[in-house]
Design a protein around this ligand. Structure first.
Ligand code: HEC
Ligand code: HEC
Ligand code: HEC
Ligand code: HEC
Ligand code: HEC
Ligand code: HEC
Ligand code: HEC
Ligand code: HEC
Ligand code: HEC
Length: 380
């Protein structure tokens, strides 16, 4: 007997086809407990469950509270699938069997893991080689899996299974506000530090612009091991990664942040040395930290005055407080670094004056030439 719940070309209307469907499932269920081993009594599902309307076949058993329908050996079938949550998910308009494409009979068991990549081939290309580059870059989690780390996430660990939603949805596990908790399930130490950081506190307070894990690490095939030179969190790339936000005029204004962090860093000794590829020089994270970033006014901040000698001392052994006091983001103002401020101001006035004189000279010259030409034209 074929279980044929969704009466094809039903002449009896929806209600009666549902009745026939339920009867068929009931017959099928009745067969399960006393089931003899062997394939003879398996029911083959209609091959094409066409869409959500046909998912009733599956919900008849999997929609029930857990354990409503015991297996042949009396143990209980897997967790119930929450029908409303499923309907609201990104896949709510899909047949269960589009993902569980090997569920073809009732009863069934030993269902293979879902291969999301069948339909989302771009979500995680495990090895992507940039044009003109021989070195393959491999995402951190794919790499971990290849190295046999079973606890590295697959799609469902980050996205869920039957309640998957796109990143734009507030309730999604991959919505900005949820990303830290999603990653933090496994990266406990980073998560703990992050929650106490300026960024973590800001995100928890609903400031959606503050950095979450994926801003600094990327997602999918952009999420590289930090030692990979292409990682956003690698020393060469950290200044760009932080500056995407800290050089943004909009964010600087919105959060009252000090500006020109990148420009002042770029022109510093560290910035110049780093630019030439010496990753032993300080980048933003060497001084500020990465997961434990706090405002310098916070006593726990690595760049608080009390800790500066130690922070610089990590690379400048024996750095004195005096050494550490040198302004890092050198942006002189009249009341701070006064001599530098006045000298650079005088210099700027001097240079501006020179340029103005030069422009005036050229303009006068052009004017003279034009007048000469006109006069010449008249006489000819
Ligand atoms: C007659 C009840 C019944 C119906 C109808 C049914 N299932 Fe199941 N399903 C079960 C039972 C019982 C198990 C547990 C099998 C086992 O572990 O031996 C199960 C297991 C599963 C599993 C998990 C297997 C695992 O290894 O954890 C998936 C996935 C599944 N079913 C999907 C479906 C889909 C999709 C449909 C609809 C096409 C469906 N089921 C219809 C009873 C049913
Ligand atoms: C977007 C793909 C997708 C769709 C659509 C889908 N599932 Fe699943 N389902 C999964 C994943 C992923 C798992 C976790 C196990 C795995 O990786 O295969 C899972 C697991 C299950 C399990 C095992 C228990 C559990 O929760 O781990 C059951 C039962 C199940 N699904 C039933 C259903 C039913 C019924 C439907 C339709 C209402 C459905 N699934 C639709 C992806 C899907
Ligand atoms: C380590 C966690 C993680 C894993 C593993 C993961 N994703 Fe994602 N995924 C995310 C995050 C975070 C986003 C949000 C977009 C972003 O930040 O770029 C996302 C976004 C998406 C989107 C929305 C479209 C887009 O690209 O913006 C799809 C589709 C998707 N993922 C599918 C998958 C599939 C399929 C897999 C498995 C091959 C997978 N993801 C593995 C974290 C993950
Ligand atoms: C049978 C094909 C198919 C499979 C298998 C599948 N998906 Fe999808 N998925 C889709 C389609 C189609 C959409 C777009 C739905 C829409 O736009 O309404 C989608 C949407 C999504 C979205 C939301 C994208 C966005 O930007 O809003 C995410 C996230 C996602 N899928 C993740 C997964 C994960 C994780 C798995 C495996 C557990 C998976 N998908 C398996 C077809 C599939
Ligand atoms: C403001 C940027 C930033 C944010 C936000 C951020 N990270 Fe990081 N992360 C970094 C940098 C930079 C490194 C490399 C230097 C280091 O180890 O401190 C790093 C390193 C890591 C490492 C590797 C640690 C090791 O010892 O090898 C992991 C894992 C990690 N981060 C996970 C996370 C998780 C999970 C989150 C979110 C809870 C997160 N990060 C948020 C910048 C960030
Ligand atoms: C299911 C657990 C799990 C989840 C969820 C998860 N990770 Fe991971 N992650 C791992 C494992 C395991 C490794 C490999 C660690 C190793 O190699 O020692 C890893 C590696 C990494 C690395 C590379 C560390 C290095 O040494 O370079 C980074 C960065 C990272 N994860 C960030 C994230 C971010 C960001 C998210 C969320 C979007 C996330 N992870 C979600 C388990 C997880
Ligand atoms: C996605 C955007 C984003 C990224 C990336 C980012 N930040 Fe931030 N950061 C913010 C926002 C927004 C605030 C303000 C939070 C608030 O006011 O509550 C902030 C605050 C700070 C503060 C405290 C400033 C103050 O005056 O209180 C420091 C220090 C800081 N970030 C350093 C960094 C460093 C270093 C990096 C790179 C490793 C980085 N940030 C990456 C958005 C970002
Ligand atoms: C050599 C160490 C060092 C490096 C490298 C460094 N900073 Fe700073 N940063 C400091 C110190 C010390 C302060 C506090 C005193 C000051 O403003 O000069 C500070 C202040 C800040 C502030 C103001 C908020 C506060 O905590 O007072 C932000 C934002 C900031 N830095 C971001 C960055 C970014 C982004 C980079 C990389 C482009 C970077 N820093 C590189 C040491 C450093
Ligand atoms: C991650 C390591 C690291 C950290 C942290 C660090 N520096 Fe440096 N710094 C370097 C390197 C590398 C050089 C280049 C040394 C060379 O080429 O001789 C350098 C050079 C300098 C120079 C110019 C050359 C010199 O030795 O006089 C000054 C000044 C300086 N650092 C000050 C600081 C201050 C102040 C701090 C703390 C706020 C600090 N550095 C934190 C690595 C670091």
């Amino acid at each position: 007997m074929r279980v044929s719940p969704v009466a094809r070309g039903s002449r009896f209307g929806a209600a009666s086809s549902l009745c026939r469907f339920l009867a068929a499932v009931a017959a099928c269920l009745a067969a399960i407990p006393g089931q003899a081993p062997g394939a003879a009594r398996e029911r083959v599902l209609p091959v094409n469950l066409r869409g959500p309307q046909d998912n009733r076949v599956c919900f008849a058993c999997h929609g029930e509270p857990e354990g409503a329908f015991p297996r042949a050996d009396g143990s209980h079938p897997p967790a119930r699938v929450d029908a409303p949550a499923y309907a609201a998910s990104a896949h709510g308009s899909r047949a269960c069997t589009e993902c569980h494409d090997d569920v073809t009979t009732i009863p069934h068991g030993g269902v293979a893991p879902v291969r999301c990549g069948r339909c989302h081939p771009d979500a995680r290309a495990p090895v992507a080689v940039k044009p003109g580059e021989a070195r393959p870059t491999e995402d951190a989690h794919a790499r971990a899996r290849r190295l046999g780390k079973e606890n590295a996430p697959d799609c469902a660990d980050c996205h869920g299974t039957h309640d998957i939603a796109g990143p734009a949805k507030q309730t999604s596990r991959v919505h900005r506000s949820e990303v830290p908790a999603t990653c933090g399930r496994c990266h406990l130490e980073e998560y703990r530090q992050y929650q106490n950081s300026v960024h973590g506190a800001a995100v928890a307070a609903g400031k959606k612009d503050a950095a979450v894990c994926t801003d600094c690490h990327g997602a999918h095939n952009a999420l590289l091991p930090v030692r990979n030179p292409d990682s956003r969190a690698s020393p060469m790339h950290v200044p760009d990664t932080c500056s995407r936000c800290h050089e943004s005029a909009l964010l600087v204004k919105r959060y009252g942040l000090p500006s020109a962090r990148y420009a002042t860093f770029r022109d510093s000794y560290h910035g110049i040395v780093l630019k030439y590829g010496d990753i032993s020089a300080a980048n933003c994270a060497s001084c500020h930290g990465s997961h434990d970033i706090l405002p310098s006014a916070d006593a726990k901040s690595r760049v608080n005055r009390a800790h500066l000698a130690a922070t610089c001392g990590e690379c400048h052994p024996g750095a004195s407080e005096n050494f550490a006091r040198g302004t890092v983001h050198l942006m002189p103002t009249a009341d701070r670094d006064a001599p530098i401020y006045w000298i650079s101001l005088a210099y700027r006035i001097f240079v501006s004056g020179l340029i103005a004189q030069f422009v005036l000279l050229v303009a006068l010259d052009l004017w003279a030439i034009r007048r000469e030409r006109r006069r010449g034209g008249h006489s000819a």
